[in-house]
Design a protein around this ligand. Structure first.
Ligand code: SF4
Ligand code: SF4
Length: 190
């Protein structure tokens, strides 16, 4: 079926192309050399390599891009950005895709979006992440009773090594509030 046949489809296609336009602009001169894929420490876990992802972005393949978890697995190490022979801002482009997925509340990325939201809220409240509070609020937000069980063994190992505190944090002191407000202002969110 030709999606461009009706005005509604034409509007949707136009909206989709506008969504991806800033990311396409960042990577427009990609030559598909694959250096980003060869450099990425997380590529082994990705369902699409970074090089494949950039190709999909340039082709405007929204569905394939947001069905992929590749950009969600980017840990922002900047290695691909440093090594790209075209000097492209690849880490920022990965971040831009994460922001689109969060803004549009894409179902496949909701758990990851909720994790990041609760992580940053914990840092905002206390100046650093409080693990017990983060995990409790995250699990409550995801509403998946099986999820805590999947992480139970890892949690016990971390607690045994003193890496995770069981303490519930005291009242929020918000020591980084000025910084957070400045970032919101720069991003036009205040
Ligand atoms: S390293 Fe740069 S030019 Fe090469 S495939 Fe990756 S994004 Fe494209
Ligand atoms: S910045 Fe992200 S995509 Fe690039 S090498 Fe690091 S983890 Fe991989």
């Amino acid at each position: 079926m030709n999606r461009s046949a009706s005005p509604a489809n034409a509007e949707q296609l136009s909206r989709e192309s506008r969504t991806l336009a800033p990311v396409q602009a960042m990577i427009r001169s990609c030559i598909q050399c694959g250096t980003c894929t060869g450099s990425c420490p997380n590529a082994f876990a990705m369902d699409r390599t970074p090089r494949q992802l950039w190709r999909l972005v340039l082709m405007g393949r929204q569905k394939a891009i947001f069905e992929s978890k590749t950009f969600a697995l980017c840990s922002a190490c900047y290695y691909c950005t440093l090594r790209c022979p075209r000097g492209l801002p690849l880490t920022e482009a990965m971040g831009a895709l994460k922001q689109i997925a969060a803004r549009e509340n894409r179902v496949r990325h909701r758990p990851s979006t909720l994790f990041h939201e609760n992580f940053i809220r914990s840092v905002r409240r206390h100046g650093r992440v409080k693990e017990m509070e983060l995990m409790t609020r995250y699990w409550a937000a995801v509403k998946n009773p099986v999820l805590p069980l999947r992480f139970a063994l890892l949690g016990m190992k971390l607690m045994a090594k003193g890496k995770v505190s069981l303490d519930w944090p005291s009242k929020a002191k918000r020591p980084l509030e000025t910084l957070f407000r400045k970032v919101e202002e720069l991003e036009g969110r205040s």
